[in-house]
Design a protein around this ligand. Structure first.
Ligand SMILES: *Cc1c(COP(=O)(O)O)cnc(C)c1O
Length: 360
């Protein structure tokens, strides 16, 4: 039976990447070592890290005046590092509140400065993105923080606010590499690796150089971007195996036509699943506003919530794993990141149609 894993994170990785890692596990490129056993300062691993960075730069079109940092601590640690590093003498930062991850970023930032919430979709249980005309931005804000894809709520937006020169900071943990973006429009982009990049334990930060170097007093060395920027992310031991796997994912993306090609597949996958929900005559329902529906995380409820348990159990029996929704939304959530093939979404849709027929 083919297994399809719809986990929100840590999430499915491309089979080709896992197979290559397996083949190279004991002896990487005739080095006689596993990547896990290599010194991070040795020739072999330095090469792996440099290649991973070069491939990511090429894939995303990252301009030369941006640093790419391979860090640890997850996206959650960035919730603190961002204000510590980017307040830069200012007292307040702007945040858009579109869901659970925005809320966490906001509450952490409040420890370091004032937070101006420019707009919030809390009034409708975070099921939409407030129109930019309603945002109350502060032109003196140190930066403006957005979460372009709310992993839990399944809310995504691709348009960029006009920040009038205020650096834009984006938590792209769950949609990085899923669609082309213009990196030059951002001051800082960050992402935990475990959704669309590689294994948990690696966090990627892409930051414009002029924003580095002016931290709050008392900032620990390890939480200063400058520490990592000045040392090519090798100030201390980086998450070496995670960087290696991420590098294999980047190579595969490049081989398959890059992010533009990936986006086309992602559009097709999401369209297939949303159509199954919308054409179920109300058996399934997606709570998210049509314009803001995520291509990566698709929450849906059953009309009769007492059937949730059966749905999950029968899905598992068919090899469709980890579909139970987040407790704050309920129902189901299918995360269909880059590594989820179209065939996996088709298998889910076939099962959903059958389940609705048998239980409707
Ligand atoms: C998963 C996730 C996080 C938290 O990531 P960690 O690496 O577990 O800290 C933050 N933001 C978004 C949008 C996420 O999807």
């Amino acid at each position: 039976m083919t297994i399809y894993n719809f986990s929100a994170g840590p999430a499915v990785l491309p089979k080709e990447v896992l197979q290559q890692a397996q083949a190279e596990m004991l002896n990487w490129h005739d080095s006689g070592m596993s990547v896990m056993e290599m010194s991070h300062r040795g020739r072999e691993f330095m090469g792996i890290a440099a290649q991973a960075e070069a491939d990511l730069r090429e894939l995303m079109g990252i301009p030369a005046n941006y640093k790419v940092l391979f860090l640890q601590g997850g996206a959650s640690q960035q919730f603190a590092m961002i204000p510590m590093n980017l307040l830069r003498g200012k007292t307040s930062a702007d945040y858009l509140n579109t869901g659970e991850w925005s809320k966490k970023a906001i509450s952490e930032a409040k420890k370091y400065g004032a937070v101006n919430v420019v707009a919030s979709s809390a009034d409708k249980n975070f099921s939409y993105v407030p129109d930019f005309s309603e945002w109350k931005c502060d032109k003196d804000a140190a930066y403006l923080h957005i979460t372009p894809n709310e992993t839990i709520g399944g809310v995504e937006f691709d348009w960029l606010p006009d920040t009038a020169g205020v650096p834009l900071v984006a938590d792209m943990s769950s949609n990085i590499l899923s669609r082309p973006i213009d990196v030059s429009k951002y001051g800082l982009i960050y992402a935990g690796a475990q959704k669309n990049i590689g294994p948990a334990g690696l966090t990627i930060v892409i930051v414009r150089e002029d924003l580095i170097g002016e931290v709050l007093a008392g900032t620990p060395t390890m939480l200063d971007y400058k520490t990592h920027a000045d040392n090519d992310s090798m100030y201390n031991t980086p998450p070496t195996y995670g960087i290696y796997i991420a590098g294999l994912v980047f190579q595969l993306l490049k081989k398959n036509g890059g992010i533009a090609a990936m986006e086309q597949t992602n559009i097709a996958k999401a369209a297939l699943l949303y159509a199954a929900i919308d054409e179920s005559c109300g058996f399934y329902n997606c709570p998210v506003a049509t314009d803001n529906r995520s291509r990566m995380n698709i929450p849906f409820t059953l009309k009769d919530a007492s059937q949730d348990g059966d749905f999950v159990k029968q899905a598992e029996a068919r090899g469709l794993l980890q579909l139970k929704g987040h407790r704050s939304v309920g129902g189901m959530r299918a995360s269909i990141y880059n590594a989820m093939p179209l065939a996996g979404v088709q298998a889910l849709v076939d099962f959903m149609n059958e389940f609705a027929r048998d239980n409707g």
